[in-house]
Structure formats: C-alpha cells, structure tokens
Design a protein around this ligand. Structure first.
Ligand code: FE2
Length: 355
C-alpha cells in the first residue's frame, strides 16, 4: 500500500539536547517526514516563521525561552497559530501536561520516546491538520463564491429597482402631462401616504409598495377625455360615470406588470370607502387593502389642499375637517387618526413640489 500521503509533512523539532534531537529526527525521517531541528526557542520561532511547517514537536524545559513561551508566541501570530504543537518532556507531572494544553498544545509526548507512539501521534495530528486546512479552503472558496453571487445579485437588484422607479415616474408623468392642473398630485399623495403609513408603524416592505402604488394611483385617468378632467364646473352624470372608470382602467393597465406588491389593487380600490359608499365595487372595511385605505385618505388631503380648474382649493383646514368627519365611517379609523396626528400635532405640511 502506498502510504506516502501519510508520511508527507514538514516537522520542526525543538529540543536543547542534541541527543534527543537526533533520536526524534531519526524516527521521523525514517518514516518519510521532512525534519528541521532547532536547539532553542529563538531559532525555532525564526525557522517556523520563515517557512511554516505542518507540525511542531516542542520540548518544555529549555534554557532562555521555555517551550510554553515558544508555543504562546506561535499561537499569538496569525501566520503560525494554526500549526499543531506537540509538547515533549521527560516530566510525567500532570501539572506540566495541563500547562502544555493551556499554552495551546494539541498533544504531549513523554521521554524516553516510544517509536510507535511518536509515529502514531505525529501521523494523527498531521492528518487532522490537513483536514482542517482542506476544510478551511473549502469554506473560504464557498464564502468567496457566495459573496460574489450576493454582490452581483444586489447589483442587479439595484438596477431593477432603478428601472422600476424610473418606469413608475414616467407613467406618473404621462398622465400629469396630459392634465397639468394635477401636476405633482400623485407624487404628493405618495409622500403623504408614506408619512401616514410610517406614523401608523406599518412595515417597511408595505410602505415601499405603497409609495410606488400611490405614484400611479390615477393612471387610469388617461382614459378620461382631457376636457372633462380640466373643465371648470360640475360634470354631467354621464361624464362623472366616465371619470369613475379610472380605478378599473388603471388597474387593467398596471395588472400586466409583475410587482412584488399589490399595486393593481391599490389603484383599483383607492376610491373605495369603509362604509361601502365608494367605487367601483362598493367594497367595505377589511375588503379594502390597507394601502388603498391609506392612499384614499392621502388623496383627499392632497386634492382638497390644491386648486383645480373647476374649483379653488378648499384648504388644509377643510381637508382635515373632512377626514375627522369621516374617520371610522368613510375612512379607516387608524389611517384617519394617524393623518390627523401628523398634520395637527406633528406639524407635517404637504410639500409644494411641482407648483
Ligand atoms: Fe383617483
């Protein structure tokens, strides 16, 4: 049987007695190991550092620097700390053995040497060390691969998020270019909706979907003729019926986009009201998505604070009075309460971008 794998290995032997060095070196060299002897701790440390071996056999009692100190220095150096150290000593004292392990040794050999014992222990520790190094190499490689995969993933995720954001903004601007009187409406609704959701302590993931959904909640207005959207004065029942199609149209447009959030339903339900008085489906209470309930309140706040071609702005006070009046009946009680807290207690005001 070829046992060259078992006898491959560089071993440094440290002993202040030349005779001991000779005996040990002889045993190990005969077994096929490469051996480097050292007569004192200082020489040993330099030799080990310049060319790290696979194993160190280290005498305890030596003049100048003893074996414990040599071992401690090896263990304190990142380059040499993993190299296994087997202590050798004539002493049988239990306390010595304990000190050897405490100093970082993996094993202990007693003099006089039993050849079989020396070879068995050296072989076992070399094998263990080799396995540990192989394992470490595998772990390092896997960690590096994983890190590279994660980096490229997060890079493409960032790109995806950027494209999504740009697309949503482009969609948002498409409808507002057509009807400049509502320029910035969706953007401001989005800002208010996010503020309300944060005030409610809503989870971050929901808020991100809410932010994007709110930015396109009126996209269905693209279907409504511009002169109806911009004409001052009241609408006829037929015209109003046309305006009321915008949540469904918006839903149908966005429904082809695979969002990780229920954006199409946010759009579909943003005019639904808690008591079932909204449109298009007259949904009630929990049948309406939380995001849609939040957008509904933010929409009222923004719309009533802004001028429209067909009416002057009722103003912030009237908007807040409307939310207070409908809290718990038309509007979700928690959403309305968060909205009122924001504006009345925390001094939040609607940003004036796009004006
Ligand atoms: Fe709307």
């Amino acid at each position: 049987m070829n046992n060259s794998i078992d006898t491959q290995g560089n071993i440094v032997i440290v002993d202040d007695q030349p005779n001991n060095l000779r005996v040990l070196s002889g045993i190990l060299q005969q077994a096929g190991y490469k051996v480097r002897p050292a007569l004192d701790g200082d020489v040993a440390l330099k030799s080990i550092k310049s060319s790290p071996p696979d194993l160190v056999l280290l005498d305890i009692r030596m003049p100048e620097m003893d074996g414990y100190e040599v071992c401690r220095r090896l263990k304190a150096d990142e380059q040499t700390r993993d190299i296994p150290v087997i202590f050798i000593s004539a002493l049988q004292d239990m306390e010595d053995k304990l000190s050897a392990f405490r100093a970082g040794g993996v094993d202990y050999l007693s003099k006089p040497f039993q050849m079989e014992e020396v070879l068995a222990r050296v072989k076992a520790h070399l094998k263990l060390y080799r396995l540990q190094r192989d394992l470490q190499t595998i772990i390092d490689e896997r960690t590096r691969d994983l890190r590279l995969t994660l980096e490229s993933l997060s890079e493409s995720q960032k790109q995806y998020a950027g494209v999504l954001e740009d697309t949503i903004q482009a969609l948002s601007m498409t409808i507002e270019k057509r009807d400049p009187s509502t320029a910035g409406h969706q953007y401001r609704v989005s800002l208010i909706a996010v503020e309300i959701a944060q005030e409610m302590g809503t989870a971050g993931e929901l808020i991100e979907g809410l932010r994007l959904g709110a930015m396109v909640h009126d996209i269905g207005r693209i279907y409504v003729p511009v002169d109806i959207l911009t004409r001052p004065g009241p609408l006829s029942p037929v015209e109003f019926a046309l305006v009321k199609t915008h949540p469904q149209v918006g839903h149908d447009i966005i429904n082809h986009v695979h969002f990780p959030w229920p954006v199409p339903d946010m759009i579909l339900q943003h005019h639904e009201r808690m008591d079932g008085s909204g449109y298009p489906h007259g949904l009630k209470g929990d049948e309406i998505l939380l995001e849609a309930r939040i957008i509904g309140v933010a929409d009222v706040m923004e719309a009533m604070s802004s001028h429209r071609p067909y009416r002057p702005a009722p103003g912030l006070e009237r908007a807040l009075a409307e939310i207070r009046r409908g809290a718990g009946s038309i509007y979700d009680a928690d959403v309305a309460a968060a909205c009122l807290r924001l504006f009345e207690e925390k001094g939040y005001s609607i940003p004036k971008f796009f004006e």
